[in-house]
Design a protein around this ligand. Structure first.
Ligand code: ZN
Ligand code: ZN
Length: 173
């Protein structure tokens, strides 16, 4: 996911960088796939430093923690970072006690690879306990059916197996 700073004619500029065919693996449990990744950035420049601010957007396919079904969710997360050359960073920024994030550009086209910074934003956008809907009924604890799709006859009481054994004995008498 690359931003070619050389192609920007005027600053401040609003640019959109799309992931295109780059595939994103987030390696987070519950995230099945990531698509339509893009970064909408406002870029301001001062000498060799490019200040970028904006949002990262994507469509995530997530696994619901209640029913284990997959569902899609559009997410957007803020991002904020500085692009400069590694040399500028060493000379001007290395000692600075800031908590800015830096991306180094390379080559004459001033190409910055935004993949890592975009991935970081997407990781923040993933909720810990994704659910497909607030109303999701989840799986039945007794028979395992998806209660959004099938209504089973199980009661909500989980029957203790030992009592179940006793009950069967007394029924046989
Ligand atoms: Zn669900
Ligand atoms: Zn059931």
């Amino acid at each position: 996911m690359k931003l070619h700073l050389q192609e920007i004619e005027y600053f401040p500029a609003n640019v959109t960088v799309e992931a295109g065919s780059c595939s994103f693996e987030l390696d987070i449990e519950g995230v099945c796939s990531v698509s339509s990744v893009k970064a909408n950035l406002s870029v301001q420049n001062s000498d060799d430093e490019y200040f970028c601010q904006g949002t990262v957007e994507a469509t995530l396919t997530l696994e619901c923690v209640r029913c284990l079904g997959q569902f899609e969710k559009d997410v957007a997360e803020g991002t904020d970072f500085i692009i400069c050359s590694q040399q500028t960073f060493e000379e001007k920024r290395k000692e600075a006690d800031d908590d800015e994030e830096y991306v180094f550009y390379i080559g004459h086209s001033l190409t910055a690879d935004l993949t890592d910074i975009v991935r970081e934003a997407l990781i923040l956008s993933v909720s810990l306990m994704p659910i497909c809907s607030e109303e999701c009924l989840g799986l039945c604890a007794s028979c395992g059916v998806n209660r959004n799709e099938t209504q089973c006859d199980c009661t909500d009481d989980i029957i203790d197996e030992r009592w179940e054994g006793l009950r069967r004995l007394s029924e046989e008498e």
